[in-house]
Design a protein around this ligand. Structure first.
Ligand code: ADP
Length: 365
């Protein structure tokens, strides 16, 4: 038996103990039998100078049958927290002849509880530290973005004005360069801010019910001039009657622009880009396929990680290597998945999914 067992008479003289008492409290049975139970009860005084331990025992002997916590003391003076129950032993005339006390050693349980409490406190402090760091980082990034964007906005609007003024052809050319560079810088700042927020889980999406075909047509219309300008072609291949989805309109635009912009940047001259959408297994599946230089298997492995640029060092295309990382964060926030299929020199297809809204939710909208 793993519990401590005492048999004692109504005067609280110990009659018998089990082996667990010997093991736990360190007494030989001969040292306890015939001795008052008080010997093994760790005593504290209440405010009224009553003995708390023995009072508890008395209460349990004469009425209160609930489990109660009590402190026992070992032969060497150590304390043992225990939960005890006491039941009366009666003779055939219903007279109380003695009591059985069963005490459960709570040391291991208390130790585990204390450990758990310590772990909880440590985790709480760590969480608070992380939250503080995150808030500091977000505040800093916000200020930085503001500091960078304010002069940039001035450059962009001034160059826009200059572009409209009557000026010589060199001025127009220079103005166009200023505007284009400022606009690229503006995009890079937005990307950095999105990534900073996305990495610490603070990027949020505002999902609404929308018709994906409308969005895809809008994206197609606005990308077509850019694609044609680069002597490439853009095809829109939509399955009939695409269902409505719940998504963040601006963020969906952002994902699509990003993927088509990449297809355009990394395509071959005269290349073809296909924007496709269909429904499959409860998801809207959207893909952007190009006929460009493709990406090898080993380079595909971390292509969605931030700052990955396969042409690092070459100054052929702009970018920080953040576009795909942000696409992944945004698709994940929509509870979808994004992946790549590609073969060197044959082209790449970037595909992402968005969950369809179930009928029930749909009706409630
Ligand atoms: P970047 O702003 O550099 O384009 P991305 O995160 O969008 O950043 O892309 C990361 C890298 O993946 C790019 O630098 C490029 O090397 C490669 N990549 C992306 N899209 C394509 C594509 N359609 N074809 C070939 N390579 C691509």
């Amino acid at each position: 038996m793993s519990d401590l067992l005492f048999l004692f008479n109504p005067d609280r003289k110990i009659l018998t103990i089990n082996e667990t008492v010997t093991k736990t409290l360190g007494y030989d049975p001969r040292e306890l039998v015939g001795k008052p139970l008080e010997l093994v009860v760790y005593e504290t005084q209440s405010q009224k100078a009553e003995s708390v331990g023995i009072n508890t025992i008395r209460m349990l002997m004469w009425g209160d049958t609930k489990d109660t916590e009590i402190t026992l003391k070992t032969k060497t003076g150590n304390i043992v927290q225990a939960s005890i129950t006491i039941s009366a032993v009666r003779d055939n005339k219903d007279q109380v002849t003695g009591f059985v006390c069963i005490a459960r050693d709570l040391t291991a349980q208390k130790f585990a509880q204390q450990n758990l409490q310590n772990l909880y406190e440590r985790e709480k402090h760590l969480r608070q530290d992380i939250e503080k760091e995150m808030n500091k980082r977000v505040a800093f990034t916000r200020i930085l973005v503001h500091e960078l964007k304010t002069p940039l906005a001035a450059i962009m609007s001034a160059s826009e004005l200059m572009d409209n003024e009557e000026s010589d052809s060199l001025s127009i050319k220079l103005t166009k360069i200023i505007r284009r560079s400022a606009s690229h810088l503006d995009t890079r700042i937005d990307e950095l801010f999105d990534l900073a927020q996305g990495e610490i889980g603070l990027l949020q999406i505002k999902s609404v019910m929308l018709d994906p075909a409308v969005i895809l047509h809008q994206v197609y219309d606005s990308m077509l001039p850019l694609v044609s300008n680069q002597r490439q072609s853009l095809l829109l291949d939509l399955q009939n009657a695409l269902p409505q989805i719940k998504a963040d309109k601006d963020r969906l635009h952002q994902i699509l622009f990003n993927l088509i912009d990449n297809a355009l940047k990394y395509n071959t001259d005269g290349g073809k880009i296909t924007l496709r959408a269909l429904v499959k297994e409860g998801y809207l599946v959207i893909s952007v396929q190009d006929t460009g230089r493709g990406i090898s298997k080993e380079d595909q492995f971390n292509i969605f990680d931030p700052y990955v640029r396969l042409e690092a060092g070459k100054k052929t295309t702009e970018g920080l290597g953040l576009g795909l990382a942000i696409c992944k964060i945004l698709v994940t926030l929509h509870k979808g998945r994004i992946w790549i299929e590609s073969e060197p020199y044959k082209g790449s297809t970037f595909t992402f999914t968005l969950p369809l809204v179930s009928e029930e939710v749909h009706i409630n909208q």
